[in-house]
Design a protein around this ligand. Structure first.
Ligand code: FAD
Length: 302
């Protein structure tokens, strides 16, 4: 499986394929894991999830941003999404990728873009999560979160448990709302655990730490073993349900998403949308090559 994982990660990083995918439309089965290509479509998907007792975090998909104009366009789109969430009264918040807002171009430029987004969301009492990407962007993303939190309190970020410094970071940033994940990118052995068992163990430790000591915790995983462990842990430690939520990606383990919401847990679905779906989709195939089933079903059920 690691070979397939590397293969799909490599594909996710391929800019040429990314632009070809955009040019040739919304294909390859991505529809089942991407909630539409435009704002009205994503709002409809959110309404449907809300009806089932599920809140949402919306990601306006975008990768390979190297021009200021592209980052500004992404910012404008995200501001529109915030406006649309507010106007439609849907339950949800925003997830953004700093690289999409210019982090790889210029830190201060990215800061200005993020400030505008967080400020707008603050007007509507809406949370903004800074998604974590590759190791090179890890500390700059935390720095941006900290700097912006001097002005606004509606920011948080992500701890990727595969990093050796994940524990240190969860302690350092415990007073932020944090999403805890295993980690989605290919990282070298000098900064990240490579072995699934080590990652899983660290994941559990970090979740437990933040549940006990931190602000609101988002446990983002499709792993039923981890979810069952958390259910027992919060019970044993009298942690109330309003201190945490479970999160999963749109289109994955839909029955389990619904069951958790029905059991009375806060549940939030990560809802990606937009035409730039290619890198996101390839990373999902890298995590779980069985997801290729989603592709074949889409292709053959037509
Ligand atoms: P895995 O280790 O992939 O799976 C564990 C086990 O769960 C599998 O062996 C299988 O038994 C079961 N399982 C998993 N998926 C399925 C399925 N679809 N159907 C049936 N059984 C299944 N990563 C980042 O690096 N940065 C981020 O900002 C980030 N944000 C995320 C936000 C959300 C809401 C989620 C859910 C993930 C996010 N990720 C992020 C990705 C994350 O880091 C992992 O790469 C991804 O979630 C896969 O790990 P997992 O914990 O779901 O379990």
């Amino acid at each position: 499986m690691p070979i397939l994982r590397d293969f799909f990660i490599k594909l996710s990083e391929n800019q040429l394929l990314n632009s070809a995918a955009q040019r040739y439309g919304f294909k390859l089965g991505a529809q089942s894991v991407v909630a539409g290509t435009n704002i009205p479509e994503v709002i409809e998907s959110m309404k449907e999830l809300n009806r089932q007792g599920i809140s949402c975090t919306v990601d306006n998909l975008g990768e390979f941003v190297y021009e200021r104009s592209e980052a500004i366009k992404a910012k404008e789109q995200i501001l529109e999404v915030i406006e649309a969430i507010h106007e439609n009264g849907v339950e949800g918040h925003i997830s953004v990728k700093p690289s999409q807002l210019g982090l790889d171009i210029d830190y201060d430029f990215c800061y200005e873009n993020l400030m505008e987004i967080v400020g707008k969301a603050h007007e509507y009492n809406m949370h903004v999560n800074f998604d974590q990407e590759t190791y090179a962007r890890l500390q700059p993303t935390f720095d941006l979160m900290e700097k912006i939190s001097e002005t606004y309190d509606n920011v948080g970020s992500v701890i990727q448990s595969y990093f050796f410094n994940a524990k240190e970071n969860v302690e350092k940033y415990k007073n932020f709302r944090l999403r805890i994940v295993k980690g989605a990118y290919k990282e070298p052995a000098d900064v990240a655990y490579q072995d699934k068992q080590d990652i899983d163990l660290n994941f559990i430790e970090i979740i437990e730490y933040h549940l006990l000591h931190g602000k609101f915790t988002s446990i983002a995983t499709h792993d039923h073993n981890v979810i069952n462990h958390v259910k027992q842990f919060v019970k044993d430690n009298n942690i109330s349900k309003d201190k945490f939520e479970f999160q999963m990606l749109y289109g994955f383990r839909k029955d389990m998403q619904l069951d958790l919401a029905k059991e009375g847990y806060n549940f939030c679905t990560y809802v990606p949308f937009g035409s730039d779906w290619y890198g996101y989709f390839m990373r999902r195939l890298a995590e779980r090559p069985q997801n290729i089933n989603l592709v074949t079903k889409q292709v053959f059920n037509k």
